[in-house]
Design a protein around this ligand. Structure first.
Ligand code: URA
Length: 240
């Protein structure tokens, strides 16, 4: 399945990627997965949200309903399901990806396709199950054909993620991939340049770490060693 299972060698979080499971995925199997952005993302939080109902102040149930009924951008016409977010609502770690893919759109849950499988393995490598983290995306609806989110779509969806961040109040955010990093950090620097540093969510003290998107790692397995370094930093941060 082309997925490397990572595992910490010792409690201090040092070690190397270990235990290659099976053969690399065929290009066709990976094509559905999300990749690095082809267009520079403009930070969604810099744009006005185009929704009528205020999202600030909603509780979890209200927020979930607001997402389910949202038609603030054209993606509501093509989605099968909204993909709200999943996991522990009191998690110390919040993981933010880009947007639902085909499988997420079908199941209504983030990261359940091949990239999700790799994400699960990455988390397991630092001793975390999906039940220990909260996972959400920049967009709650799938862009047709898995294209990159438009600036307008990201802006329309931003208040939902903003509220999720407020409700979870994580100790740290892990942005996976360029779209997540660009929208969260108001930058267009490459993931390669953003990783390895502690950032802050603009307007807050919440630290943000950046690493490669699991779908990118499926395409570029040679980059997995770098993401392993990032995961070890995350592990160290969580145990500080
Ligand atoms: N890629 C993402 O960024 N998010 C998902 O939920 C699935 C694939």
């Amino acid at each position: 399945m082309g997925i490397v299972r990572y595992r910490l060698r010792n409690a201090s979080g040092t070690g190397e990627p270990a235990e290659r499971l099976v053969e690399p995925a065929s290009p066709a199997a990976v094509r559905e997965e999300r990749l690095v952005p082809e267009q520079p993302a403009v930070p969604a939080q810099n744009l006005p949200a185009s929704r009528d109902e205020p999202v600030a102040g909603l509780d979890w149930e209200e927020l979930e309903q607001a997402v389910a009924g949202c038609c603030a951008c054209g993606l509501c016409k093509t989605r099968r399901n909204t993909v709200f977010g999943v996991g522990n609502r009191e998690a110390e770690l919040m993981i933010i990806g880009e947007a639902p893919g085909a499988e997420e759109d079908r199941q209504g849950e983030p990261f359940v396709g091949r990239a999700g499988e790799l994400l699960n393995n990455m988390l397991a490598a630092i001793g975390l199950g999906r039940d220990r983290v909260y996972i959400a995306n920049i967009l709650k609806c799938r862009p047709p054909g898995n294209r990159n989110p438009s600036v307008e779509e990201a802006a329309a969806c931003a208040p939902f993620l903003q509220r999720q961040l407020e409700l979870v109040a994580p100790r740290v955010v892990l942005a996976v991939g360029g779209v997540a990093a660009h929208n969260l950090l108001a930058t267009d620097e490459s993931v390669g340049r953003l990783r390895g540093r502690r950032h802050r969510l603009p307007g807050s003290d919440v630290p943000v770490l950046v690493t490669y998107h699991p779908a990118y790692l499926l395409r570029r397995p040679e980059e997995k060693a770098k993401s392993w370094v990032d995961l070890q930093s995350l592990h160290r941060f969580l145990h500080e």
